[in-house]
Design a protein around this ligand. Structure first.
Ligand SMILES: [Zn+2]
Length: 166
């Protein structure tokens, strides 16, 4: 990974407050070496620069790991003054992040032989790896019932059929 020094007019990954995603932004204002304002290349809105959610979560995870504390309680003081609205409505995003992390963890380093080609006739168990022609690599998150399983794909969890004999 290379760290390029940001400059006005350059590109930077930022959390878009409108799209609610980490997206490429164009830097429109800098204060010293800090990115101040950015323009979302996806929706075109102008807003204050926010660190990408993935970066924030990774930092938080690292902190939780090193301190061993549950990260639900935050100690005030060191936060930027303007971040008061940042913690609202992030539960869904966090759940999505968790699923992505879970998915990545499950498929990381697995040889392609570990993935079964997905077919509805397969009877799947949690943790089994499947390869779907459209959705790609997935891991069985849970068995819903004898005919349905929830599989985590790169795009998120999907309910899929399994154990279907025809
Ligand atoms: Zn946007």
């Amino acid at each position: 990974m290379t760290t390029k020094k940001p400059k006005t007019g350059g590109e930077i990954d930022s959390y878009c407050t409108k799209c609610k995603l980490d997206l490429t932004h164009r830097i429109i204002a800098m204060v010293g070496d800090d990115v101040k304002k950015v323009e979302c290349k996806t929706c075109g809105s102008h807003h204050l620069y926010r660190r990408p959610k993935s970066e924030v979560l990774a930092a938080a995870a690292l902190k939780a790991k090193t301190t061993g504390s549950a990260s639900t309680k935050r100690e005030g003081g060191s936060d930027e003054k303007r971040s008061s609205g940042a913690r609202a409505g992030s539960a869904a995003a966090k759940r999505e992040m968790d699923q992505t992390a879970q998915w990545e963890h499950a498929i990381a380093g697995q040889p392609s032989t570990a993935f079964k080609p997905y077919r509805i006739s397969l009877t799947l168990n949690p943790g089994e790896l499947v390869r779907h022609p459209k959705f790609g690599d997935g891991v069985v998150a849970r068995v819903i019932d004898r005919g349905k399983v929830e599989i985590l794909f790169k795009d998120g969890a999907k309910t899929m059929a399994h154990g279907q004999t025809s």
